[in-house]
Design a protein around this ligand. Structure first.
Ligand SMILES: [Zn+2]
Length: 285
């Protein structure tokens, strides 16, 4: 799919699994289990779906998945599944090498969004996966990740943060801004502080990369927040605001963690927001 001069393609760093209860907060299991059947450990399958944007001489990646650094114990705990390939394989399938990536836009520094942006060398050193990429993160989120609070300590890992500081290619952003022509970042604070939402817009077609504001299409319902969200009420207000706009302006909403649907347009009805039409981003339109 294209938006103006940009080509948009979903990438995939495989799948992982998180506790279903944690993914749906106060929603009872009997309800969420219908659309997300849990495994024996009560975990649900989730995608790790970065977005590849090519145009204006740049190769831009939004988020980088979970990566390959976890030892076996964590791989099992999080049900990491690279059985059909990881992010590097997914990029390779469309002719993108790690050196080609010019920009990495990180929604936030939780391990399932930025783990794949670094890799472990044979000698144990952790280095950036994309050696030439500028890494764009909100300053507030960076500071939050460097000194994580007790609640988010397990999500912000030093090995996912420090190598970017040492690379000299870290670009800290202070609030919403136009990152590149037609690519804007906005800021959301309900899931964690300083999460970036990425909006690619040509005027005619707009794609909204919703990150963990709306991780799956099931989370289109405003009260469906995650146990991980640091401020659920704030998240609900942010979701209401962005989805109202997405529905009114016909935006394509992109889901980073939905195991089955990469993107859709949305509609607002008496029951709240819902999927209007699934969108196949790999179609040539
Ligand atoms: Zn996430």
């Amino acid at each position: 799919m294209t938006s103006g001069d940009y080509e948009l393609l979903p990438a995939l760093d495989g799948f992982f699994a998180l506790d279903g209860g944690a993914m749906f907060g106060v929603v009872p299991r009997v309800i969420w289990a219908k659309s997300h059947p849990p495994d024996d450990s009560n975990r649900i399958r989730l995608a790790l779906r970065p977005l590849l944007i090519r145009g204006h001489g740049r190769t831009i990646l939004v988020d980088a998945g979970i990566g390959q650094k976890f030892p076996q114990r964590q791989r099992e705990m999080y049900g990491v599944d690279h059985g059909h390939g990881d992010l590097i394989a997914s990029l390779g399938a469309v002719g993108v090498r790690v050196e080609d990536v010019t920009d990495l836009v990180v929604t936030h520094l939780h391990f399932d969004h930025v783990g794949g942006a670094t890799r472990k060398e044979q000698d144990g050193r952790v280095v950036p996966t994309f050696p030439n990429a500028l890494v764009h993160v909100q300053r507030v989120n960076w500071e939050w990740a460097v000194k994580p609070n007790l609640r988010e300590k397990a999500s912000y890992l030093d090995e996912n943060v420090r190598p970017h500081l040492e690379s000299g290619r870290l670009r800290l952003l202070d609030g919403p801004c136009d990152l590149l022509p037609g690519i804007r970042v906005e800021v959301s604070d309900g899931h964690t502080r300083g999460q970036q939402l990425v909006i690619v817009s040509s005027g005619r077609r707009t794609l909204f990369y919703a990150g963990d504001l709306i991780p799956t299409s099931t989370h289109l319902k405003i009260p469906y927040t995650m146990g991980y969200d640091i401020e659920p009420l704030r998240l609900m207000e942010e979701k209401q605001m962005w989805l109202s706009r997405a529905a009114a302006e016909g935006w394509i909403v992109f889901f980073e963690h939905d195991p089955a649907m990469a993107a859709c347009t949305v509609q607002e009805g008496p029951g709240g927001f819902s999927v209007k039409s699934p969108i196949d981003l790999t179609a040539a339109v």
